[in-house]
Design a protein around this ligand. Structure first.
Ligand code: B4P
Length: 197
């Protein structure tokens, strides 16, 4: 079992691929976006707070998100390993996750980074908007989410690249092809010597 992250701009296929990796490796996939959406739907205090940010495409504040992730990672199904989807998105979240992992004497095994060009991302998300009507999938909000990714989350990717655990995967192909590439990259990184699992 391993501890992994999947990162990438909105629409790059994080949630799509996380589900498939989870099935293949038998590791629990935890999406911060899905947890927020479930809370919004349930009308919980966390959902009411998160909604103020999500509808505009802004990040939910680190204090709220970090606490939520800490609670989720303490549950039994995440004790032996997990695939975190959509977290961390800021360098402060990286520091916080480092603290959680260090407290359990754990390390990340691999950080997957899906890449795709912005115009493809916008087109995928507009497609999803037509199918599901997700409230943050309209063009101006999508472009704001992309800008935030470039401004804040690329620095997170750089941090993990500096640690030698980043596995970049081209997300521009079809879903099945991207899954094959992702699984190949996971094998490469996890079979390399001296990786913390
Ligand atoms: P997320 O739920 O993570 O939303 P997302 O970035 O759009 O990714 P998602 O996983 O849904 O989409 P995917 O790329 O798989 O976050 C939503 C919001 O929650 C954020 O804006 C923020 O407000 C908040 N939030 C979440 N985490 C946070 C954090 N850590 N800190 C602060 N705030 C946080 O897929 C998109 C579409 O592309 C789908 O329709 C899919 O079918 C399609 N697709 C995927 N792969 C494809 C392929 N290869 N070819 C064609 N189409 C493809």
């Amino acid at each position: 079992m391993t501890r992994m992250l999947i990162m990438g701009p909105p629409g790059s296929g994080k949630g799509t691929q996380a589900e498939r990796i989870s099935e293949r490796l038998g590791v629990v996939a935890i999406s911060t976006g899905d947890i927020f959406r479930a809370n919004v739907k349930g009308g919980t205090p966390l959902g009411l707070e998160a909604r103020k940010y999500m509808d505009n495409g802004d990040f939910v504040p680190d204090s709220v998100t970090n606490e939520m992730v800490r609670n989720r990672l303490s549950q039994d199904d995440a004790k032996e390993g997990f695939l975190l989807d959509g977290y961390p998105r800021t360098v402060a979240q990286v520091d916080y996750l480092d603290g959680i992992l260090a407290a359990g004497e754990h390390k990340l095994g691999v950080v997957l980074q899906l890449t795709a060009v912005d115009e493809e991302l916008v087109s995928r998300l507009l497609g999803r908007a037509r199918e599901t009507g997700r409230s943050d999938d309209n063009e101006s909000v999508i472009r704001h989410r992309l800008a935030l990714y470039h401004q804040q989350t690329e620095a997170v990717v750089a941090r993990y690249a500096g640690r030698g655990i980043l596995a970049e995967v081209d997300g521009m192909g079809g879903i099945e092809d991207v899954t094959d590439s992702v699984m190949g990259r996971i094998d490469d990184v996890l079979s390399a010597p001296a990786r913390g699992l």
